[in-house]
Design a protein around this ligand. Structure first.
Ligand code: HEC
Ligand code: HEC
Ligand code: HEC
Ligand code: HEC
Ligand code: HEC
Ligand code: HEC
Ligand code: HEC
Ligand code: HEC
Ligand code: HEC
Length: 338
């Protein structure tokens, strides 16, 4: 190695080390929690009150036992646990979503609470001064969550804004109930219920005689869809319908030596994805399904004297490998017999 070359290598190494240490210290800095002032200003604007200030959960709730259960659940939840500064994650407390609370507790003193209690009254805060979350436009509701759940922090949200749900004005809180209990994680068993509230026609499909076992808890909407947005057709998890299906039905994937033409490229040619009145989720029952594209046929056995030729209707009794096969039929061509 020549001197010039050596110097170049050292230079490159030096740059790399400087870059890496800058990068790593940068990461460390990002993990620190710090007040996010512009966001607070923004929140105050959403609340419509620039004169309100953050007072902290302690001030909000120490005297107000009405919300004790709510607070207990919240403190036990993943979001509440982040209140520990050492976690390095953004701090979440009541005011992160409901907005600054100073106006709500204005004039509430320990003396007033005690006096009210004597008269058997629970002192109420002036909750009308909070952000009216329920009546905000859906995009603004979502922003309350998205200021922390950015696409980087919550990976499955990276297609949220482009997704049909965001476009149609569905917001996070239509699906996620923040105050249902301490466990915020979406349980698989609860997913279908989340969706059926709005998708009544899909609910009906899953009650048809042939259906994917979603109600039975063996398949979930999220096996095929990403409800938080996807760039694929119908918010599917995979780029094509076929890929969505063959994730579980791998034996139908092919390629086979004898393919059923390009039919099987889209399973919807013959199947409904959710449910159907016809066996095997078929769009049309056999033989009518086959007769849409083929003429039926008779087979007569010439060896039997006086044999009657029959019109066969149970096509898949003989053409049992309808999705394709690697084995030729007796005649050497592919008729999906085996
Ligand atoms: C992550 C955001 C978020 C946090 C943090 C949060 N809330 Fe809420 N809260 C909501 C949303 C959204 C609603 C209304 C929609 C709903 O019921 O799902 C709500 C509703 C409420 C309601 C009921 C109001 C009504 O109209 O029925 C109360 C009371 C409440 N929150 C108190 C609290 C308290 C106390 C805390 C802190 C321990 C807290 N919230 C923390 C998002 C949050
Ligand atoms: C101030 C920041 C902040 C806001 C605002 C916020 N979150 Fe969170 N959220 C967190 C943090 C931090 C966690 C815990 C870490 C994690 O799981 O990503 C969390 C966790 C969650 C979880 C549970 C994740 C799990 O795996 O258990 C759900 C669901 C959730 N948030 C939904 C919401 C919804 C819906 C909203 C809006 C109403 C919202 N969050 C608003 C910071 C926030
Ligand atoms: C149409 C219903 C729906 C909407 C709208 C929705 N989510 Fe979800 N979300 C789900 C489901 C279902 C899961 C379960 C994870 C999965 O299998 O994809 C989930 C998962 C999550 C998780 C991971 C933790 C968990 O619960 O498993 C977070 C965090 C979250 N959602 C936040 C949000 C935020 C923030 C928004 C709004 C920008 C939002 N979601 C909008 C249905 C929804
Ligand atoms: C608050 C109502 C609401 C809830 C809850 C809801 N959706 Fe939707 N969904 C809509 C609306 C509105 C549209 C857009 C109009 C349409 O296509 O029906 C939509 C569209 C869709 C589409 C079609 C997208 C397209 O490209 O045509 C799918 C798939 C879907 N939702 C799946 C789900 C799943 C899975 C869940 C449960 C995790 C769910 N939805 C929960 C309201 C909802
Ligand atoms: C086995 C995979 C699979 C499962 C499980 C599944 N879907 Fe679908 N879904 C699809 C496919 C594929 C389409 C596209 C259908 C079409 O284009 O005809 C679709 C379409 C939709 C649509 C768009 C409306 C329509 O008929 O075109 C909605 C809404 C929907 N699904 C909601 C749901 C909900 C809610 C659940 C759970 C209760 C669910 N899906 C479970 C595969 C699935
Ligand atoms: C998450 C895994 C999964 C995915 C993805 C999936 N399936 Fe299924 N499928 C199942 C299970 C489980 C059954 C029920 C099998 C049983 O009852 O033994 C089933 C059954 C079927 C049946 C037979 C139904 C009956 O009435 O006997 C057909 C046809 C079918 N699936 C087609 C499809 C098509 C088409 C797709 C894509 C749109 C698809 N599957 C995607 C898991 C899946
Ligand atoms: C040309 C029509 C056609 C196409 C295209 C098609 N299927 Fe089928 N499928 C059928 C018929 C017919 C049956 C019933 C077979 C029987 O009666 O034995 C069936 C049955 C099934 C079954 C249940 C019985 C079994 O063999 O496991 C599954 C699962 C299935 N198909 C998955 C798929 C998938 C996945 C695709 C897309 C890759 C697909 N099908 C494409 C016609 C088709
Ligand atoms: C959407 C149209 C379509 C449907 C539905 C369909 N097929 Fe086919 N099928 C084709 C095409 C196209 C070919 C390949 C072209 C050809 O050779 O005729 C083919 C090929 C075949 C072959 C092999 C013919 C040969 O000469 O190699 C058989 C056997 C067959 N189909 C049986 C069936 C049966 C049984 C069903 C019903 C379960 C069915 N098909 C449903 C379009 C269809
Ligand atoms: C009793 C068994 C049997 C039944 C039932 C049957 N087939 Fe066939 N099919 C055959 C045989 C055998 C061949 C000839 C292929 C060979 O030589 O291997 C054939 C060939 C075919 C071919 C390719 C030759 C041609 O005529 O173009 C098609 C397409 C076909 N059948 C469609 C159907 C359809 C559609 C049905 C239902 C209406 C059906 N078959 C029912 C046994 C059957």
């Amino acid at each position: 190695m020549g001197g010039a070359q050596k110097r170049a290598v050292f230079k490159a190494l030096f740059c790399l080390i400087v870059f890496l240490s800058l990068f790593l210290s940068g990461c460390e800095a990002l993990r620190q929690s710090r007040p996010i002032l512009p966001m607070r200003q923004y929140e105050k604007m959403v609340a419509g009150r620039l004169d309100a200030d953050y007072v902290g959960t302690k001030t909000c709730l120490s005297a107000c036992h009405y919300h004790d259960q709510l607070k207990k659940d919240f403190d036990a939840s993943t979001m509440g646990v982040q209140i520990q500064r050492s976690s390095g994650l953004p701090l979440v407390n009541c005011e992160s979503c409901h907005g600054p609370g100073s106006l709500a507790i204005k004039g509430i003193t320990p003396e007033k609470v005690a006096a009210d209690a004597k008269r058997g009254i629970q002192t109420a805060c002036n909750y009308k001064t909070f952000i009216d979350i329920k009546h905000l436009p859906p995009q603004a509701q979502a922003l309350i969550c998205l200021k922390c759940h950015t696409a980087n922090a919550t990976f499955n949200l990276h297609n949220w804004n482009a997704g049909p749900h965001a476009q149609a004005g569905v917001s996070c809180i239509d699906c996620h109930k923040v105050h249902n209990g301490p466990d915020l994680k979406t349980m698989q068993r609860d997913i279908a219920g989340m969706c059926f509230k709005c998708h009544k026609e899909v609910k009906a499909e899953f009650s048809l005689p042939s259906h994917h076992p979603v109600n039975e808890g063996r398949v979930f909407c999220t096996d095929c869809h990403d409800p938080m947005g996807s760039i694929n057709e119908k918010m599917l998890r995979r780029p094509t319908v076929k890929q969505t299906c063959t994730r579980c039905h791998g034996e139908k994937e092919g390629p086979f030596a004898f393919e059923h033409s390009e039919n099987t490229e889209d399973c919807r040619t013959c199947h409904r994805p959710h449910g159907s009145v016809n066996a095997n989720l078929l769009v049309v029952p056999v033989p009518f399904l086959c007769l849409q594209c083929h003429a039926g046929h008779r087979i007569s056995s010439s060896s039997a004297p006086g044999s009657v030729s029959t019109f066969y209707t149970r096509c898949t009794d003989c053409h049992s490998q309808i999705h394709g096969t690697d084995l030729p039929s007796a005649s050497g061509s592919g008729f999906f017999h085996r």
